[in-house]
Design a protein around this ligand. Structure first.
Ligand SMILES: C[S@@+](CC[C@H](N)C(=O)[O-])C[C@H]1O[C@@H](n2cnc3c(N)ncnc32)[C@H](O)[C@@H]1O
Length: 271
């Protein structure tokens, strides 16, 4: 199955995606930057529409919001919420972030909890820069490279000779975020870390193994026999057990809320 279809199937099956946690962690982006009345907004990977709806209320009747996603089932939920809220300034489009071409420029582009799913992050940032009006901004979230036990998962695979690329690696440190955004011509880069981690019981922590569900292009774990996965999972369990302390196992969920701008003079310069 190709990568895009894998992502579509994964998210189409998550019709219980919307809850207070997923909503609050998404709309927290508005704490750092907010679209203004009359502005145009693109919500990339809109999912169940939390950002799109929040933005639609902020831009008001004179502004508009376009939300794009590839998961039909999540878009249906978003559409229902938009109808319930009686919002007429949001349009949802079922289209991949990589192929979407805007017919207008935007004041703001949001992307919550999705950017690491795009196989070419540099290309998508360049595209967003092109989509923005001068002085427009992009706002997205990404996670530290060790969030969600990512390093323990990668190390357990390595012990068994399997190289599993870390899904959170490309935007997993402030330096890398800064670098990729600068390469795409963005300036005034703000990176706001928020620690959403908690202590888990050992049982909860070992159950967080999810290596074969990482949505990578060519996840090597998908090719393995169940017995090999069982061996890797056993190594992961050992590594997690070694992290247990009095309060349990620390589960890092360090989220970077990132805002960057397309500054007018850079725009003039790069033309
Ligand atoms: C973790 S959810 C986040 C949804 C929403 N932004 C939020 O924060 O609640 C990831 C979303 O990314 C979408 N997605 C993944 N790859 C995509 C792509 N190439 N183009 C558009 N949407 C994509 C999925 O369908 C899913 O809705």
């Amino acid at each position: 199955m190709n990568y895009k279809q894998q992502v579509i199937d994964f998210y189409n099956a998550r019709t219980n995606y919307d809850n207070d946690v997923t909503r609050n962690r998404a709309i927290a982006l508005f704490d750092y930057t907010s679209a203004q009345p009359g502005q145009s907004v693109l919500d990339v990977a809109a999912g169940t529409g939390n950002i799109a709806i929040g933005a639609a209320k902020r831009v008001g009747a004179n502004g508009f919001v376009i939300g794009i996603d590839i998961a039909t089932e999540l878009l249906k939920i978003a559409q229902q919420k938009i109808q319930n809220e009686n919002l007429s300034n949001v349009q949802l489009i079922e289209v991949g972030a990589e192929v979407y071409e805007a017919s207008n420029q935007f004041d703001a582009i949001y992307c919550s909890y999705a950017i690491v799913l795009f196989p070419d992050i540099s290309a998508i940032l360049h595209k967003w820069y092109r989509f923005l009006k001068p002085d427009g901004f992009v706002a997205f979230t990404c996670s530290s490279e060790n969030s969600y036990f990512a390093l323990s998962i990668v190390e357990a695979c390595a012990k068994h000779g399997i190289t599993l690329p870390n899904l959170h690696e490309p935007l997993g440190t402030p330096t890398r975020i800064q670098h990729l955004l600068t390469q795409a011509n963005f300036s005034q880069i703000e990176i706001h870390p928020r620690q959403l981690g908690t202590y888990l019981t050992l049982e909860e922590a070992t159950s967080r193994w999810n290596g074969q569900f990482w949505l990578h292009q060519n996840n090597p774990l998908l090719e393995l026999e169940p017995e090999k996965i069982r061996q890797i999972k056993a190594s992961y369990d050992d590594a997690i057990a070694a992290l247990e302390r009095d309060r349990g196992v620390w589960h890092e969920e360090l989220i970077y809320y990132v805002v960057a701008r397309k500054i007018a003079e850079n725009f003039e310069f790069s033309r």
